[in-house]
Design a protein around this ligand. Structure first.
Ligand code: UD1
Ligand code: UDP
Length: 360
């Protein structure tokens, strides 16, 4: 039994880390890195820290327009599939690497297993929504992280091969938070940044909807961050870096601390220690939920609707007033956390067994 797995972007390395470990004793996995993310702190750091097997192939596709990037991935992945002749293609999430992996395999009649199936924002302008809808419709095994995701697929008439596996990101947080806590070097991160646990907010920004608004959009967000009572630490995604640096140079914000992207272990420690998270990231919204840190999502909708209960996650429009008001005035309700909608922390083992045909 041979599985080809396609990854390419930061959150996919994190998801693959736990699933690859679960696959290892069950079947042969050939890991393909598309090269969508390539900076050391966007790629290599995750392979090193999370002990992900070295990819058998790196297609080195890099950045580009959607068409060029996805097209080059398709060409490269098809060559790998001709050579490797796998039984299954495994893909994660909703990036261009996800769609390229699924499409290349589907055209060659190789069954596609999709981890994080059924997520919907119902905003078809988002590249991620396009990627996940298309991927779901050509997948044969669909692993839903939540019951809501399962219902979303039912509504689209996708009923075969669908299961609620739980969320592999819960597995990875449960495992790696302990690894991070036990690592004295990583635990210096707060001291290194001159911040104290529970006395700072953590923010990330990288969505096209955020950056497409250019400098004015970033300055509206930073104007809100500037007025918050605690410092806002931002590990800045390369997509947003130049806009953020420009905003800082123009407006001289004093409450905003831009830092380079950090590895996952440090990110977990930073999230765990924050008094609030402000983000347009999908993964970080859930990590905030898992670690019981209140979150303000800088978007007008979220796929992760479960996190909205009891005010643990609130949506904010990209205006200074709305961000400030949501960041300052939302008090989460501890009683709302009775249920864990993201599974039991064993999604990766369940998925590995199903992909390798070892169920039951
Ligand atoms: C991609 C995914 C998004 C996911 C995100 C995770 C798509 C359409 N988008 O967005 O769903 O949430 O990854 O982080 O697949 N860049 C670098 N170095 C890198 C990588 C990127 O400098 O290692 C810069 C380049 O200028 C590039 C830009 O970031 O043009 C955007 O990168 P890209 O991979 O196209 O999209 P992301 O915003 O990272
Ligand atoms: N992350 C990280 N270092 C950073 C910023 C984020 O390790 O500097 C992790 C974060 O903890 C989460 C994942 O990257 O697990 C989220 O990725 P991203 O926000 O890039 O993508 P999304 O989840 O929105 O697709």
């Amino acid at each position: 039994m041979k599985v080809v797995t396609v990854v390419g972007a930061r959150p996919q390395f994190i998801k693959a880390s736990v699933v690859s470990a679960a696959l290892a004793p069950l079947c042969q996995e050939v890991l393909v890195h598309t090269g969508q993310h390539y900076d050391k702190n966007m790629s290599a750091v995750f392979f090193e820290e999370l002990q992900i097997p070295h990819p058998a192939y790196n297609l080195g596709v890099g950045s580009g327009t959607h068409g060029r990037q996805t097209g080059e991935m398709l060409i490269g992945i098809e060559q790998v599939l001709f050579k490797e002749k796998p039984d299954v293609m495994l893909v994660y999430g909703d990036t261009n690497s996800t769609l390229a992996g699924a499409l290349a395999a589907s055209k060659l009649h190789i069954p596609v297993a999709h981890v994080e199936a059924g997520l919907r924002s119902y905003n078809r302008r988002m590249p991620e929504e396009q990627n996940r809808v298309l991927t779901d419709h050509i997948s044969t095994q669909l692993f839903c992280p939540t019951q809501t995701a399962w219902q979303n697929l039912q509504k689209e008439g996708i009923t075969e091969g669908v299961s609620v596996s739980g969320d592999v990101m819960l597995d990875s947080v449960l495992h790696f938070r302990k690894v991070a806590m036990d690592n004295p070097e990583k635990r210096k991160i707060h001291e290194q940044l001159g911040i104290e646990p529970k006395h700072y907010r953590l923010a990330t920004l990288h969505r096209a909807e955020t950056t497409d608004g250019g400098l004015p959009a970033i300055e509206r967000i930073f104007d809100a961050f500037e007025q918050l009572p605690q410092r806002v630490v931002i590990p800045i995604h390369p997509r947003t870096r130049s806009l953020a640096e420009q905003a800082l140079a123009d407006r001289g914000y004093r409450n905003i601390q831009l830092i380079d992207p950090v590895g996952y272990l440090e990110m977990l420690l930073l999230t765990n220690g924050a008094c609030q998270v402000l983000t347009d990231s999908g993964g970080l919204q859930k990590e905030a939920w898992f670690m019981e840190v209140p979150c303000v999502t800088l978007r007008s909708e979220t796929e992760w609707v479960e996190t909205l209960v009891g005010g643990w996650n609130v949506l904010a429009k990209l205006t200074t007033e709305d961000i400030l008001s949501k960041a300052l005035n939302t008090v989460p309700d501890p009683a709302a956390r009775a249920a864990q909608p993201f599974g039991d922390g064993h999604a990766s083992e369940r998925i590995a067994r199903a992909v390798c045909g070892r169920e039951g």
